[in-house]
Design a protein around this ligand. Structure first.
Ligand code: THU
Length: 140
């Protein structure tokens, strides 16, 4: 599939996923679609909880679904939320969480899609300029 078609597919799937968002508290629906390097696509929406801090973001839900399906490398991401593309930017926790499974060069496209039809493109490199990726160290 051409990159442009994949972009549209991912944005469309993220938008569909947002429809299932469980957001009785914020009313802010977010959807995410992740393309794995092996070609599978995994979606997620935000799921809130009466104990507000237990809320899980759309991006992390999509990411854990990807891993549960046996895929651990991200090739592209689309996030749909709010009114404009800028409002779909992932929170810091989701940036770090997805970074764990980012492509080696941190250049995979991350599409931020707004309800107004605008789509911005960024990357892990841009979203995480000083990445904390992996560590090796002696215990203790
Ligand atoms: N939210 C996401 O789903 N992803 C983000 O990256 C930022 C925030 C959700 C959490 C909560 O349900 C709602 O947006 C408002 O913060």
């Amino acid at each position: 599939m051409a990159d442009k078609d994949m972009k549209q597919t991912l944005v469309q799937l993220a938008r569909q996923a947002a429809q299932n968002a469980y957001v009785p508290y914020s009313r802010f629906k977010v959807g995410a679609a992740i393309l794995g390097e092996r070609g599978g696509i995994y979606t997620g929406c935000n799921v809130e909880n009466a104990s507000l801090g237990l809320t899980i973001c759309a991006e992390r839900n999509a990411c854990t679904t990807m891993v549960a399906q046996g895929e651990t490398r991200i090739a592209a991401v689309a996030i749909y939320g709010g009114g404009t593309a800028g409002e779909a930017a992932p929170c810091g926790a989701c940036r770090q969480f997805m970074l764990e499974f980012a492509d080696e060069k941190l250049q995979a496209p991350i599409y931020l899609a707004g309800a107004d039809g605008s789509v911005a493109e960024t990357s892990f490199r841009e979203l995480c300029p000083y990445p904390f990726r992996s560590f090796t160290g002696e215990p203790g």
